[in-house]
Design a binder for this molecule. Structure first.
Ligand code: 13P
Length: 230
C-alpha cells in the first residue's frame, strides 16, 4: 500500500519537523513494504531521516531561471527531492493549470527521472451526469501524459470528495478504479478525498486501490500514522 500525506498550504518548517519526529516514533514497527510519502509546503522541504519519501507539491518545469515565485529542479535537488505531485485539482482550478500545462510539466519531470504522483478527478456536476461522463472526463486528463512511465503513480481524487468530509462510496471508488485500471494497467492507483482513520480500512480493501492520498486527516501525525498502521 501507498500512503501519501499532502499538507497543501498547512504546516510550517517547525511543525513539519515535529510531525516527522512523531511519525518516526509511531511507525518504527511498521512493515517497510508499505510506501509512505509526505508532501510538505516548500518552506518545510529538507533532508529528513525516516522510512518515507519527501516530495514537492509543485514545481516549475525548469532547472532554474527567471520565474519569480517559482522553484525548479535546482532547488529540489538541494534536498534530494525526486518526487512531485502534478495535476492536483486545486492547481488546475485555482492556479489555472490547463491540461496542456500539466502535460508539459509531467513530460519535463519525467525527463528528469522524477517519480510523479499524477492527480485526476471530476467535479460534482460531471459525477451527477453518470458514470460514462465521469470516465470521459477522467480519461481526458490523461491527454499528453505517458501513463506507462515506470515512475508514475495515478491518484484519483473526485473534487466533490476533497475536504468535504464526504468520501466517494466504496461502490463509486470500485467502479471508477476498475475502469481506470483497464487503461493504466499496472500503474499504481491511489484514491483521495476525505480519507480518514474511520474509512481507511474500507477504502484500502477495495480491489484496484493501491493506496491513498490524504489531505486534512494527514495533518496530524497521530491520525496519519493510525491510517498507515491500519
Ligand atoms: P482531503 O483528504 O482533505 O479530502 O484532501 C484530499 C486531497 O486533496 C489530497 O491531495
Amino acid at each position: 500500500m501507498i500512503y501519501a500525506a499532502n499538507f497543501k498550504t498547512n504546516q510550517t518548517r517547525k511543525s513539519t519537523r515535529q510531525y516527522i519526529e512523531e511519525l518516526n516514533v509511531k511507525l518504527c514497527t511498521k512493515d517497510v513494504r508499505d510506501k509512505i510519502y509526505i508532501f510538505p509546503p516548500f518552506t518545510a522541504l529538507d533532508n529528513y531521516e525516516g522510512n518515507f519519501t519527501i516530495g514537492a507539491q509543485n514545481a516549475y518545469p525548469v532547472h532554474n531561471g527567471a520565474f519569480t515565485g517559482e522553484i525548479g529542479v535546482e532547488q529540489l535537488d538541494e534536498f534530494g527531492i525526486k518526487t512531485i505531485l502534478i495535476g492536483h485539482s486545486e492547481r488546475r482550478e485555482y492556479m489555472a493549470e490547463t491540461q496542456e500545462k500539466v502535460a508539459q510539466k509531467c513530460a519535463f519531470f519525467q525527463a528528469q527521472g522524477f517519480e510523479i504522483i499524477y492527480c485526476i478527478g471530476e467535479p460534482l456536476s460531471i459525477r451527477e451526469k453518470g458514470f460514462e461522463p465521469v470516465m470521459e472526463y477522467l480519461l481526458a486528463q490523461f491527454e499528453g501524459i505517458d501513463i506507462h512511465y515506470d515512475k508514475l503513480v495515478v491518484a484519483y481524487e473526485p473534487i466533490w470528495a476533497i475536504g468535504t468530509g464526504r468520501s466517494a462510496t466504496a461502490e463509486e471508488i470500485s467502479a471508477t478504479h476498475s475502469a481506470l485500471k483497464k487503461v493504466i494497467n499496472d500503474t499504481p492507483l491511489l484514491y483521495g478525498g476525505s480519507v480518514k482513520p474511520a474509512n481507511i480500512k474500507e477504502i484500502t480493501s477495495i480491489a484496484g486501490v493501491d493506496g491513498v492520498l490524504v489531505g486534512s486527516a494527514s495533518l496530524d501525525a497521530d491520525s496519519f500514522s493510525q491510517m498507515v498502521l491500519s
